[in-house]
Design a binder for this molecule. Structure first.
Ligand code: EPU
Length: 350
């Protein structure tokens, strides 16, 4: 269907979102507008019909579970561009449009000689979605490389710049995931992100899978390109490629428990995978907990648990969002029943 041009921007109606979420879940957006700049967002906000309607901001759809058709106006972020903003003695600062692919940004920075994002290679999704859930992998998270971002306030239309403190980054969390007072979920649209890549570059090799690569290859001082290749290989071996098997990465966050809870579980399950946190608590591997409950490779309907990583739920072909949630709830119940731990979903459920 051809979009209808209204007030200088193109409105698409009755759009299938199946190709716009990496889980490949079916849902129809009644109204969708692609935004390529701050000015595009302001044009939508100034529109008499669309301006005041609730909005859903869509990036790469890689952290999204669609359980129903979307009545909100979908703003599909397509702000482009990647550039070096500043070459300081202590860092390269790069800026990218929110609509760029995250992985392409990582590859571009390395190609230009600005190392520092290699541990975050191959994470699906867009640059604009990266701060929303503070993406992380292999010992590094976005917050470690973050400089600032630009966003448009979806009520006033004003462009604002937020620093790391204003983004309130946490483990797979930020101000953009929270509604209510002080939260920015649904209230702002990220248009550009700036990252700080420290000079001199230092490798981050503390994560077990990378330590293993150092050991296997004997390369004790790998360069950034080598680490990039290692991370790509580790991810390809463990995680399903959304282009072939629909998924949204880890479906649950790794839960944090008290030392007492951790000891109690180890008393019953000595193999529990756990990591000490600086505050005395412990982070548990949700994948291990789910695996221990026997879920790996299992399915409910057309939604399944990936056979190489139990933390990843997959679309076995034609699943609905409801089927994914039914599976997720069954997993939560069995993990709670056996370990007394409530797993919290990582993706946004719509
Ligand atoms: N494990 C099992 N069985 C499983 C899965 C995992 O026993 O089925 C065990 C592993 O053997 C390992 C431990 O659990 O000892 C941790 O597994 P892994 O290294 O695969 O990492 P994870 O904790 O499951 C987290 C992130 C991933 C990120 C990796 C690497 C979360 C929720 N997930 O997974 O992020 O790529 O570490 O840093 O924090 C995502 O957020 O979408 C994501 C993929």
């Amino acid at each position: 269907m051809h979009p209808v041009v209204e007030n200088g921007f193109a409105v698409e109606r009755q759009v299938s979102l199946r190709a716009y979420n990496t889980f490949g879940l079916p849902a129809i957006a009644q109204t969708m507008v692609r935004v390529r700049s701050d000015a595009d967002v302001r044009r939508v906000l100034a529109d008499p019909q669309l301006g005041r309607a609730p909005k859903l901001v869509l990036g790469g759809g890689s952290n999204l579970v669609l359980t129903r058709d979307v009545a909100q106006v979908v703003l599909k972020v397509e702000v482009r561009g990647m550039r070096l903003l500043e070459a300081r003695d202590d860092a390269f600062v790069v800026e990218a449009g929110a609509g760029e692919s995250w992985h392409e940004l990582v590859a571009w920075t390395l190609g230009q000689g600005y190392a520092g994002l290699e541990n975050l290679a191959l994470i699906p999704g867009t640059v604009g979605a990266a701060p929303v859930q503070n993406i992380g992998a292999y010992g590094l998270e976005l917050a470690d490389r973050f400089e600032s971002l630009d966003a448009v306030d979806l009520v006033t239309g004003r462009s604002v710049t937020l620093d790391a403190a204003a983004c309130r980054f946490g483990y797979r969390d930020s101000v953009f995931k929270h509604g209510g007072f002080g939260g920015l979920a649904g209230k702002s649209l990220i248009t550009r992100v700036r990252l700080r890549l420290p000079r001199p570059w230092r490798p981050v090799l503390g994560y077990l899978d990378l330590e293993r690569k150092v050991h296997e290859t004997g390369l004790t001082a790998p360069d950034a390109r080598t680490i990039f290749d290692w991370v790509c290989a580790i991810r390809r071996a463990k995680l399903p490629d959304p282009a072939t098997i629909g998924n949204a990465g880890s479906f649950f966050k790794n839960p944090v428990v008290t030392a007492e809870q951790c000891r109690d579980i180890i008393g019953r399950d000595p193999h529990l995978v756990h990591y000490a946190l600086p505050d005395g608590r412990y982070k548990l591997a949700a994948g291990w907990l789910i695996d221990a409950c026997g879920w790996k490779g299992k399915s409910i309907g057309r939604a399944g648990v990936y056979d190489k990583q139990a933390l990843v739920l997959v679309n076995r072909g034609g699943a609905s969002g409801a089927e994914v949630l039914t599976l997720a709830r069954a997993i939560q119940e069995s993990v709670y029943g056996r370990f007394g731990i409530r797993l919290e979903p990582e993706p946004v459920v719509v």
